[in-house]
Ligand binder design. Structure first.
Ligand code: GLU
Length: 293
């Protein structure tokens, strides 16, 4: 397979309408891609069952309304489940997948494995004997599938954060309910779509070492990362719908673009205008506190 030429992307989960913080991240993703002559793609991350087609359609329409359009029709993850199955099969054939029967509570209560950093899966199901596995299976809880990883730490390079080292553990590849895990899907799709520039909210910075490690195991090129500051409400918490008028329908296109441009230090009010002035080195490093008007 020849890899498509390089691309950046915005990959929302259609669980709720995009708010002004998401729109700002999308604009930054578009600016990073265009300023480096990359294609730009929108991908709908709709694997989770708390996502909705009508919200996905509104997200894509809202992005288009502010000028963030995909160079190809947006891809929906639910249309590509064979992709994730194939990768899980490949990793299984390499002996890198095991069944995990732990509940969240089991994981919290398990003693931490020696050397394992805080927050890492404690390894409870990593080396079950056939008998132990048969016993757990008989319990009826369908297992998740985990990656047998051989490191606890991995370092990625981020344009805004520099070298960032974070925890890698035996991450979930497929959840117990059969749904491919976010960390797997995002890595597989970025590679399949030729995405080599990942711009997203900095809440996902701690996930990037896991994703880059998994990508490296699969022989994928490591993307460049830019984790941009989130938008917070007046209480310093992540902006949410309950904070008031935060969606494009509530704020209006012109007003939203003006506020986003101001928050990023642009005088231009259009995406092409912002692109002319775009310099990653001058991006604000602190969260933007948004007070719905
Ligand atoms: N779908 C994820 C979210 O909306 C973002 C995935 C990504 O950008 O890697 O939080």
């Amino acid at each position: 397979m020849t890899r498509p030429s390089s691309a950046g992307r915005f990959a929302p989960s259609p669980s709720a309408d995009l708010h002004i913080g998401n729109l700002r991240t999308a604009i930054l993703a578009w600016l990073f891609a265009r300023s480096t002559r990359r294609r730009f793609l929108v991908r709908v991350e709709d694997l989770d069952d708390r996502t909705f087609p009508d919200i996905a359609a509104r997200q894509v329409a809202d992005l288009a309304a502010i000028g963030v359009t995909s160079d190809e029709p947006p891809e929906y993850q639910t249309a590509h489940t064979a992709r994730y199955d194939a990768v899980i099969d490949e990793l299984t054939a390499r002996g890198l997948v095991y069944e995990c029967y732990c509940s969240r509570k089991d994981i919290l209560q398990a003693p931490r494995a020696p050397h394992a950093p805080e927050g890492a899966y404690p390894g409870t199901c990593r080396d079950l004997t056939d008998t132990q596995r048969a016993e757990r299976r008989a319990g009826g809880r369908p297992p998740a599938l985990r990656l047998r990883s051989d490191t606890f730490r991995y370092t990625v390079t981020d344009i805004l954060h520099g070298d960032y080292t974070g925890v890698v553990d035996d991450l979930v590849l497929r959840r117990g309910d059969g749904i491919p895990a976010y960390n797997l899907a995002v890595v597989v799709d970025d590679a399949a779509q030729g995405v080599d520039q990942v711009v997203r909210g900095d809440d996902l910075l701690p996930s990037s070492p896991r994703q880059a490690y998994l990508g490296a195991l699969l022989g994928y090129p490591t993307p460049m990362y830019a984790h941009v500051p989130l938008v917070l409400n007046a209480d310093g918490k992540r902006l949410a719908k309950r904070d008031g008028a935060v969606t494009l329908a509530e704020i209006g296109v012109e007003n939203a673009l003006a506020q986003i441009a101001d928050s990023l230090g642009f005088t231009a009010r259009t995406l092409p205008g912002m692109l002319d002035d775009f310099d990653p080195a001058r991006l604000p490093r602190d969260p933007w506190v948004y007070r719905p008007g």
